[in-house]
Design a protein around this ligand. Sequence first.
Ligand SMILES: *[C@@H]1O[C@H](CO)[C@@H](O)[C@H](O)[C@H]1NC(C)=O
Ligand SMILES: *[C@@H]1O[C@H](CO)[C@@H](O)[C@H](O)[C@H]1NC(C)=O
Ligand SMILES: *[C@@H]1O[C@H](CO)[C@@H](O)[C@H](O)[C@H]1NC(C)=O
Ligand SMILES: *[C@@H]1O[C@H](CO)[C@@H](O)[C@H](O)[C@H]1NC(C)=O
Ligand SMILES: *[C@@H]1O[C@H](CO)[C@@H](O)[C@H](O)[C@H]1NC(C)=O
Ligand SMILES: *[C@@H]1O[C@H](CO)[C@@H](O)[C@H](O)[C@H]1NC(C)=O
Ligand SMILES: *[C@@H]1O[C@H](CO)[C@@H](O)[C@H](O)[C@H]1NC(C)=O
Ligand SMILES: *[C@@H]1O[C@H](CO)[C@@H](O)[C@H](O)[C@H]1NC(C)=O
Ligand SMILES: *[C@@H]1O[C@H](CO)[C@@H](O)[C@H](O)[C@H]1NC(C)=O
Ligand SMILES: *[C@@H]1O[C@H](CO)[C@@H](O)[C@H](O)[C@H]1NC(C)=O
Ligand SMILES: *[C@@H]1O[C@H](CO)[C@@H](O)[C@H](O)[C@H]1NC(C)=O
Ligand SMILES: *[C@@H]1O[C@H](CO)[C@@H](O)[C@H](O)[C@H]1NC(C)=O
Length: 403
Amino acid sequence: MLPSFTSKNSILHCSLLFISIILSCMPSPVLAETGNETDRLALLAIKAKITQDPFGLASSWNDSVNFCDWKGVICGELHQRVITLNLSHHDLVGSLPPQIGNLTFLRGISLEQNYFHGQIPQELGRLFRLKYFNLSNNSFSGEIPSNLSRCSSLVWLRLGFNNLFGRIPSQLGSLQKLERVHLHYNNLTGPIPESLGNLSSVRSLSMSINSLEGSIPESLGRLKILNFLGLGVNRLSGTIPNSIYNLSSVTIFTLPFNQLRGVLPSNLGFTLLSLQVLNIGHNLFTGPLPESLSNASNLVEFDINGSNFTGEVNIDFGGLPGLWSLGLASNQLGKGEADDMNFLNSLTKCRNLLILDLSDNRFGGVLPESIGSLSTQLVQLKLDGNRLSGSIPTEIENLVNLT
Ligand SMILES: *[C@@H]1O[C@H](CO)[C@@H](O)[C@H](O)[C@H]1NC(C)=O
Ligand SMILES: *[C@@H]1O[C@H](CO)[C@@H](O)[C@H](O)[C@H]1NC(C)=O
Ligand SMILES: *[C@@H]1O[C@H](CO)[C@@H](O)[C@H](O)[C@H]1NC(C)=O
Ligand SMILES: *[C@@H]1O[C@H](CO)[C@@H](O)[C@H](O)[C@H]1NC(C)=O
Ligand SMILES: *[C@@H]1O[C@H](CO)[C@@H](O)[C@H](O)[C@H]1NC(C)=O
Ligand SMILES: *[C@@H]1O[C@H](CO)[C@@H](O)[C@H](O)[C@H]1NC(C)=O
Ligand SMILES: *[C@@H]1O[C@H](CO)[C@@H](O)[C@H](O)[C@H]1NC(C)=O
Ligand SMILES: *[C@@H]1O[C@H](CO)[C@@H](O)[C@H](O)[C@H]1NC(C)=O
Ligand SMILES: *[C@@H]1O[C@H](CO)[C@@H](O)[C@H](O)[C@H]1NC(C)=O
Ligand SMILES: *[C@@H]1O[C@H](CO)[C@@H](O)[C@H](O)[C@H]1NC(C)=O
Ligand SMILES: *[C@@H]1O[C@H](CO)[C@@H](O)[C@H](O)[C@H]1NC(C)=O
Ligand SMILES: *[C@@H]1O[C@H](CO)[C@@H](O)[C@H](O)[C@H]1NC(C)=O
């Protein structure tokens, strides 16, 4: 066996010397050669698993050129060890061999937009320096390796658009530096691990379009700097834990197409005060719309289509100047009474409104003339399936962009 940088002997050797510590810790030529030979062999093992290479990326890897100059390979200048492997956007077909775990100096791996298949090797857990792990848009299958939790430097974990299945390993909750977790468009099942509430650096948590089940863990309410929460198109059930409404940094909150139920808290607009996108449609929510949404002044998109909300629309849209999409369709809003549509008056203050869908509710009365004062940018207006009567105000002709 050849010695390696991190062998016990070399650490002991360094710590015993007190005068020329720095010098004696510098890699000796022998160690460097050991290291770069390991990296060369690992890269060749990766090349050997690539079966189609239409742009000749890995097929150009040969020993007439130092591997640090191979396409897609970046080495650290000091150690001549591979620190970045970037094979993205090359339509490569192949799988990843376990030897990738030998590239122990790696800080970034990007294989995005290729056709890699097979499992993500558990050996990746050896890459304790790895910060960026981008595998989006491939055909990786199998489970997310639990050993990824040993990559303690990991900042980005992008595994979206693959065919991963099985459960999300609860061990991932130990990754204290993780900022982006993208697991969307896979076939993951089982619950969202409670341990993900320990990801104290996480800003973006995207798990949409999988088959996740169970309820949303209360622990996610501890993610104080969370910005994006995407849980749509899964099989989540139960109510949204109150802790989630404490996520004052969340700007994008989407969980459409689940089986979530319950009533929204009346102070939602005050607690989720950074909210820009709230998309909770196609669930089983009931009860009134929280009036406090009038105060969610950053809201640009609000979608509750296909749920079971009731009562009048008592939101003052004048406080939401950036609103461009309002989808209230297929609920039980309105009381079939004359003043049901009064909220259109405040909606005229939303000068960016492009989409307004009020179809399939219980709105009654006549359409107010103010409908003609809605944003002239309005493209889509749906009112069908209600209890409206009277004529359509001629002012509607002001809405010149309606399609
Ligand atoms: C490996 O490292 C040695 C010593 O630093 C150097 O002479 C040699 O060129 C390196 N080999 C490769 C393939 O980088
Ligand atoms: C080795 O790779 C270089 C480019 O990296 C290429 O120019 C050369 O033709 C290759 N040699 C062989 C024998 O494939
Ligand atoms: C990876 O390579 C692609 C295309 O070859 C390039 O567009 C991209 O900027 C590279 N990314 C990194 C992080 O080097
Ligand atoms: C590289 O990794 C493989 C599989 O994990 C292992 O069997 C092999 O000994 C390693 N090779 C070197 C040169 O470190
Ligand atoms: C990972 O992907 C992101 C977004 O495409 C990119 O900004 C980043 O540089 C990538 N990282 C690596 C190591 O390729
Ligand atoms: C995935 O990659 C394929 C082929 O490169 C490309 O056509 C497709 O648009 C990509 N999809 C996403 C979501 O990036
Ligand atoms: C996975 O991690 C465990 C420790 O958690 C370790 O014992 C095992 O060797 C690792 N597996 C691989 C294939 O690296
Ligand atoms: C996802 O997994 C389920 C259950 O294991 C399976 O029935 C389904 O075919 C899978 N879907 C895809 C797109 O792989
Ligand atoms: C991580 O989360 C779990 C479940 O929420 C908890 O029991 C555990 O103590 C947490 N671990 C750490 C290190 O914070
Ligand atoms: C919400 O945050 C406040 C203040 O940080 C805290 O006192 C309260 O317990 C939290 N509520 C929930 C349900 O987590
Ligand atoms: C809405 O509630 C009604 C009863 O109030 C019920 O019959 C209907 O199934 C519910 N629809 C949805 C989508 O939950
Ligand atoms: C909330 O919005 C309403 C209606 O726009 C407004 O009257 C009220 O002053 C706002 N409250 C706060 C605390 O901003």
